[in-house]
Design a protein around this ligand. Structure first.
Ligand code: ATP
Length: 362
């Protein structure tokens, strides 16, 4: 079978299935269609005018962002005067003709990838592969993802270009799934680009090799790649942050809220500035605070509705801090700060608000 697959011999594969009387596990019949290749990529036509033969103008939407980095390797290395080891990272759209695109934004046909190709000396790939797998899991934890919800999964079957590969998996509400891929891609990609572009893609390493006492010289760098889906990461953060909470108030009635417990450093809005009333000079003090803070982090100003309602709206969009300016502010320059996750409120100096928020978001 491997031989037939290698030769793309689909008629031969169908014959093999029929000769062995292989049955469909579901229908228990041998009523097979012809063997066909899955369309893994999206094709389209290039150019303003349709070609007589559509194949002449056929192009494919990229299924990963990596190849743009490989094509630009020499540009970046030479213009940036980079020495190996160094990495190039970028984010961009990728398109895959997924057979089943499901589970909200977990698997889509158009998605956003954040990839890094780290260029290294041949032979050092296992060292860097280990380094990046550890760095990347630490990075996910730095976004507030608990360590027990992350794990490594080594690939047993490797892609033809890789000599080691693993996934960082996250425990989604629907089970453990890949969040990021880490691959040791050898020199496969650069060599392919070199072969088909007929342009030399090599690096001259003038560091001294201790074994030979001579410079390492010219080589095609090896690559360790880290590749994470931005949308999938967003789903990770949201699935951890979203909570519906209920509790009993002092009078025995029930209260509830929807809250996004997004870590302060990645919450879209950091601070809500809420004058208790629309009058008595309170909006002026609030706007002054807004002016002090708005160039340092994202703030939201609101004077409409009861304060409780305003807090709930901020909970629902994940704003970690709300500051209320009231009549006491006019007397002693203090404000009430309310913390989203605990709903605890405390009185602090107006002059300390900006510093307190800055400390929590860096
Ligand atoms: P999977 O096993 O989930 O199909 P993959 O092994 O094909 O993923 P890679 O090629 O390693 O994924 O892509 C790197 C990252 O891009 C994945 O870890 C994932 O976060 C993201 N990704 C891949 N395919 C999709 C998709 N269809 N929709 C959203 N994100 C995706």
């Amino acid at each position: 079978m491997d031989l037939l697959l290698a030769k793309d011999d689909y008629a031969g594969l169908k014959q093999l299935i029929e000769d062995n009387k292989i049955k469909c596990a579901i229908s228990k019949t041998c009523n097979w269609t012809d063997v066909r290749q899955f369309n893994l990529m999206f094709s389209t036509e290039f150019g303003a005018v349709a070609a007589d033969n559509p194949d002449d103008n056929k192009v494919y939407l990229r299924p990963e962002t990596a190849q743009g980095i490989f094509v630009n390797f020499l540009n970046v290395q030479k213009t940036g005067r980079m020495k190996i080891p160094f990495g190039i990272a970028q984010t961009g759209k990728a398109f895959r003709n997924e057979i089943v695109a499901r589970q909200f934004i977990f698997r889509m046909r158009e998605f956003e990838q954040m990839e890094m190709q780290f260029f290294i000396r041949p032979g050092t790939q296992m060292e860097w592969y280990k380094f990046w797998s550890e760095e990347r899991i630490k990075w996910h934890q730095s976004l507030g993802i608990p360590a027990e919800k992350l794990r490594f999964h080594d690939h047993v079957k490797l892609a033809h270009y890789a000599d080691a590969a693993m996934d960082i998996e996250f425990e989604f509400p629907f089970g453990w799934k890949e969040l990021e891929g880490i691959h040791s891609r050898t020199d496969f990609d650069l060599k392919q680009h070199q072969e088909f572009s007929k342009k030399k893609i090599q690096y001259f390493d003038n560091d001294i090799d201790a074994a030979t006492n001579k410079p390492y010289g010219n080589y095609t760098p090896f690559v360790v790649e880290t590749s994470v889906g931005l949308d999938r990461l967003f789903l990770t953060i949201i699935s951890l942050a979203y909570a519906e909470e209920k509790w009993l108030k002092e009078d025995g009635t029930e209260d509830s809220r929807v809250v996004l417990k997004i870590p302060a450093k990645i919450a879209p809005t950091k601070l809500a500035i809420l004058p208790l009333l629309k009058k008595d000079g309170l909006p002026e003090i609030a706007k002054q605070l807004m002016d002090d803070c708005k160039s340092s982090f994202m703030c939201f100003y609101e004077e409409k509705d009861a304060i409780g309602k305003r807090y709930r709206r901020m909970d629902a969009i994940g704003t970690p801090f709300c500051v209320t300016i009231d009549h006491q502010t006019k007397e002693d320059n203090t404000v009430t700060i309310r913390y989203r996750d605990t709903m605890v409120q405390e009185r602090i100096a107006l002059a300390d608000v900006k510093r307190l928020v800055m400390e929590k978001i860096i």
